[in-house]
Structures are given as structure tokens and as C-alpha cells.
Design a protein around this ligand. Sequence first.
Ligand SMILES: Cc1cc2nc3c(=O)[nH]c(=O)nc-3n(C[C@H](O)[C@H](O)[C@H](O)COP(=O)(O)OP(=O)(O)OC[C@H]3O[C@@H](n4cnc5c(N)ncnc54)[C@H](O)[C@@H]3O)c2cc1C
Length: 366
Amino acid sequence: MMNNSTNKQSDNIVSQSTDVSTNGHSASTSQGDSGRTDSISRQVKGIARLIRYTPNPEETVAFAAKLCYSSLDAESLMEKTEARDNAKFVKALFDMGHLSPFEHASFTFSIEGVSRSLLAQLTRHRIASFSVRSQRYVSEDEFGFVMPPSIAALGEEAVAKYKSQMDTMMGWYKDWQTELGGKSESANEDARFVLPNACETKMIMTMNARELLHFFEVRGCERAQWEIREIAWQMMRQTLEVAPNIFAKSGPGCTFSHCTEGKFNCGKAKEIRQKRKDLTKEVFGDESAADDGVSSGVSASTGSSVSTGASVTASGDVDTNVTGASGRTNATSCCSGCGTSASSSSSASSAAEKVVESIRGTLSNK
Ligand SMILES: Cc1cc2nc3c(=O)[nH]c(=O)nc-3n(C[C@H](O)[C@H](O)[C@H](O)COP(=O)(O)OP(=O)(O)OC[C@H]3O[C@@H](n4cnc5c(N)ncnc54)[C@H](O)[C@@H]3O)c2cc1C
């Protein structure tokens, strides 16, 4: 049965589908997939859609964690657990780095209009499940392709050159297909060796919430390659919509924790924090994104508590009372670009501990 969140998600899918018809390959032509032969109709753009997720993901995470703290059996715990404290509890767990309960909530995405280059990066994430369109069973004789924005920005001539190269490779592929006996599994599997990294692929991918938090941290970062970064931000938006407390502090290190890139930092932390803040506003509007009083704290990668130096609220607001990069010279400073500091003593962590302690107390009294 669909809950409200699921309905909201369906709306989201519809609006994203509209984007596909504007930016994607076939919907804007009258030919449809089977008739697309010119490079213009074969150019694609990446779209990630959240298609399924664990029902009541936040309740599931909270329940799993509460079980750790209670002597009650599972059934009694489910009956007696107050649903209303889940939001605060889930955020506190995150701040404390108690992340294993987050593994009980899974999110499944369809990802289309992306390159094989993206696929290579995405599948490096081992705590994920993938089903990818096969280049053996599916002929690539009309393959779609992704165009890097850097090439598009060079202007019409460069774009035409790139498309013509795609057409040339399509020709090579078809030649080999024919020489190897025509469209078939055995011909496709070897003809594909002349296909480019730009070649379109599509897949279904499932990650649990803990892995997603890690994924958003490393792939939402400016240092990540543009295509996977765009997909990461699309996914971040959709998970935020359906599990706002689990993903309240999702994003690259600089947004809610600290930059992990050291001397390679992009130097755009302020901009990225604003981008993340804008995302929260777009999803919830100003009012519903109110801070719950638990301040920032944990790196999704390490699970270790950090104090952000800049105070970041759950709504993404950053208190920029920090002096900035140049003012940080002590041993606990993070890097020269993100304006945050890593500290072993964390007020965020102790605030979170208080929340968890209080909920533990409630449970043991039941
Ligand atoms: C900016 C950027 C540049 C990159 N450049 C390169 C590059 O040049 N070359 C290259 O090969 N890769 C590169 N990568 C890929 C990167 O090295 C990782 O393979 C990829 O990001 C997957 O991340 P992961 O291994 O942390 O996470 P996942 O596989 O998603 O796993 C999540 C976490 O689980 C834990 N974990 C998973 N498996 C194990 C295990 N077997 N043992 C112990 N702990 C485990 C780790 O804590 C890990 O962080 C790059 C990634 C980024 C973001």
C-alpha cells in the first residue's frame, strides 16, 4: 500500500520523466527508440529515479537501534515504541556515529541515460546491488551517448565533431556485428569492444541508507567526476524527500562535517554549502526544514564525530562565525579550503548522546 511519501515520490517521478523527454533521446522525436539513427536523437542525459524503498525507512532504522537498547522482545518493542520520537532519535544516532541501524533501510533507483564511464565508477561501490543492461543480449547498433558539458561548451563545431565520432563508432560496431554473423549474443559480445565510454547504459541499483550517506559524501563532492556527481545529487534530493531525518545531513563532507580532500580541496565549500541549503529549501520549503537542535557531527565515511567549526543546522544553515581557511593553524584544522575543523571533543556528539540516553531511559521503563 502506498503511503504519503510514496505518492509524493510518484509525483516526483512524473516530473523527472518530463525532463527525460526534453533532454533524452527518443521522446522528442517521432521515431521512437527503434528508429533512432541520427546522432542528435541518440544523445542522452542521466536521470536517477527512486523507484522503491523500505516502507517507513526511518521507523525501521529507529526500531533497529531501539532494540539494541531494550530488554523488550521485538513485538512488544514495536507495540510500545513511540513513533513520534523517531526523527530526533535517528538524527542523534547519526551524530553519534551509530550507523549500523541505517543499513536496514534500502533504496532502489533506476539510473538511465548515463555513460559506461559512469558505470565503471558507480560499481566501485561494493555495498550496493546492480542490474545493468547487457551489451551481449541487447544490440548497441543504435547506441545512445552522453556528451561531456566541456565538449558542448566548445560550441557547435566541437559538438558536431563529437557526434560524428559517435556515428563513426556506431559504424564500426555494425561492421563487426555483420562480420561476426549479425545481431546476436555472440556477435554483440565482441563487436562491443569498439564502443566508446560515452555509450549509454541503464541499470537498477540498490543501496542501504548507510552506504548512500557514504556515497553522497564522496560522490556529491566537487572533486568527484561531473556525471556521477550529478546523479548523486539527484539521488540525494529524492532520498531527502522520503527519509528527511535519515538524510538530514547527507552531502559532501564540507556541507555538514568537514572536507576530506585535504590539500586537494576545491576551495568552494561556501558555494557547496549553499547548494545543499538550497536543496533542503527546494524539498521542504523554509519552515519545515527547521533545526532540531542537534548540531552537526559525523563523517558518513568514518563514522567518527567531528566538530564542524562552522555550526551547521539540520536545515543546512551554516553559521559562518569561523574565521575561514587562513585562520586555522592548529593541529585539528581540516584543510585550507573548507573552513571547518575536526575536533576530538564534540559537542554535537554529546548532544546526540543525551537524546539517545533519554530514549533509552524511556524504553527501559516500559
Ligand atoms: C574523487 C574520487 C577520485 C577517485 N579516483 C580513483 C582513481 O584514480 N582510481 C581508482 O581506482 N579509484 C578511484 N576512486 C574510487 C575510490 O577509490 C573508491 O573505489 C570508490 O569511491 C568506492 O568507495 P569506497 O571503497 O569507500 O566505498 P564502498 O565500496 O562504497 O564501501 C563503503 C565503505 O565500506 C567499507 N568497505 C567496503 N569494502 C571493504 C573492504 N573490502 N574492506 C574494508 N572496508 C570495506 C569502507 O569503509 C568503505 O568506505 C575515486 C573516487 C573519488 C570519489
